[in-house]
Design a protein around this ligand. Structure first.
Ligand code: GLY
Length: 442
């Protein structure tokens, strides 16, 4: 069987490694399309350098190489209809069609779906294409709101009153900017109530009808320690051996999975089956989990927490997604901590093109894992880009153990880079637990 992975980051490196794990046993050949030469992916697959959003090029490469299944890593090719195009040519995909991917690419579609199908866990919201009406809504609402462009913004379009927006005046200005400048590709914005609590991620394999949830993960979107600084693509993440999180109980996790199950049923009803990976970002609030947003793919960095623990063959799971007969997915009962090494100045400046030295052997010898992200290999050197460079992962019996392994190996990466030392540390996790107790009044 020939499997093509589309995408170039650490998430795709993790997907490739998980597929490669049983590639020999399953007689699988791995192919990839990437826009930067990711050294980790390049050494384990046959690859072509190309823009992963160039649907025609990806299709030609897939047809030329007789690909059986394509696994789509990032969201933007999904929005461009890569799955529709590949499936028309007889290539099966792990990834939703353009319409089903609207769960991520069209935030108004997502919220409306919850309303129409009476799915639990939504938030008060309204969609606007007129900034004056939006302004009146913000004034009348009288509480903090979250303002989102309806389309894709690479995680940088969501602004929260009380955090990025000082007051109602700034919230109104931002809605006007979205509408006037079509931020996210559309002159429309969603305004939602601000949910207060602790965020967590649940990712799931989905075959159109059935859903298998993976262990919960918590990401750290802020650039700097103590959850300060600008919002990034995610600076690191952790998961626990029981599949829950120190502040997340089983009932709330199960409720979140139930919300995701109801969602795929609703998507099937509205636009046809959803096949691929569904990523639910939830806020655990006083009343229970609330859906913040969906992604139509694995999370980054959250993929690096779950995929190394996957005991079931990812090749089999991809086949089952395509065939619509998902059965089960087992994960090792271990804790994980992932820390991203990023260029100095990330995410604000464009300090790209610096040499990154990674002592892979030393990292492996310490029992840690590494995943290359937005770097570019030229000859024998690896160069940073303006985005995240390398994800390091420690696994262990406890989060504490996994954190120590992960932090310890950061010294084997040299370059003009930084990372958040506090991800997965006892102190920060205790802060999360205390915050949750306060929210829930216990
Ligand atoms: N961890 C955020 C994302 O994958 O979009």
């Amino acid at each position: 069987m020939r499997i093509l992975v589309v995408g170039t980051g650490a998430r795709e490196h993790a997907i490739c490694l998980a597929l490669k794990k049983d590639a020999l046993k399953k007689d699988v050949e791995l192919y990839s399309i990437m826009s930067n030469q990711n050294p980790g992916i390049a050494r384990i697959s046959k690859f072509q350098m190309a823009d992963e959003n160039d649907v025609q090029k990806v299709k030609k490469y897939a047809l030329d190489n007789k690909i059986d299944i394509a696994v789509i890593g990032p969201e933007s090719p999904l929005e461009k209809g890569i799955v529709d195009s590949l499936e028309e040519s007889g290539i099966s995909c792990v990834g939703p069609t353009r319409e089903a991917a609207r769960i991520e690419t069209d935030k108004a579609f997502m919220r409306d779906l919850f309303q129409i199908h009476h799915i639990e866990g939504s938030l008060v919201y309204k969609v606007f294409d007129d900034s004056e009406e939006a302004g009146n809504f913000i004034e009348d609402f009288g509480q903090d709101v979250v303002v989102k462009p309806i389309g894709l913004t690479g995680g940088k379009g969501v602004k929260i009153m009380g955090e990025h927006l000082k007051d109602a005046g700034e919230a109104k200005d931002y809605v006007k900017q979205i509408i006037d400048n079509k931020i996210g590709g559309h002159a429309r914005a969603v305004i939602e109530e601000r949910a207060v609590g602790e965020e967590f991620t649940v990712q799931a394999f989905v075959d159109g009808d059935n859903l298998i949830a993976m262990p919960a993960v918590q990401d750290h979107p802020h650039a700097f320690e103590g959850d300060s600084g600008p919002i990034t693509g995610g600076m690191g993440s952790y998961s626990d051996k029981d599949g829950l999180l120190p502040f997340l109980d089983k009932k709330s996790y199960d409720e979140s999975v139930g919300i995701m199950q109801d969602t795929i049923k609703a998507v099937k009803n509205e636009v046809g089956p959803y096949k691929g990976i569904l990523y639910g970002q939830f806020m655990l609030c006083q009343e229970g989990p609330r859906l913040v947003e969906y992604n139509a793919r694995f999370g980054d960095p959250e993929a690096m927490n779950v995929l190394p623990l996957l005991e079931t063959s990812l090749v089999d799971l991809c086949q089952e997604i395509v065939d619509g007969n998902l059965k089960k997915a087992d994960f090792q009962a271990k804790a994980t901590v992932c820390k991203y090494i990023v260029p100095q100045g990330y995410p604000e400046t464009k300090a790209a093109g610096q040499v990154l030295k990674v002592n892979e052997k030393a990292i492996k010898d310490e029992g840690a894992l590494f995943y290359y992200a937005a770097v570019n290999q030229k000859d024998s050197e690896i160069y940073t880009s303006s985005s995240r460079a390398l994800a390091l992962v420690g696994t262990g019996e406890t989060i504490d153990e996994a954190e120590k392994i992960c932090e310890d190996v950061t010294r084997y990466v040299e370059g003009d880079v930084y990372h958040r030392r506090d991800v997965g540390t006892r102190g920060l996790i205790q802060k999360r637990i205390e915050h949750m107790k306060e929210i829930r009044g216990i």
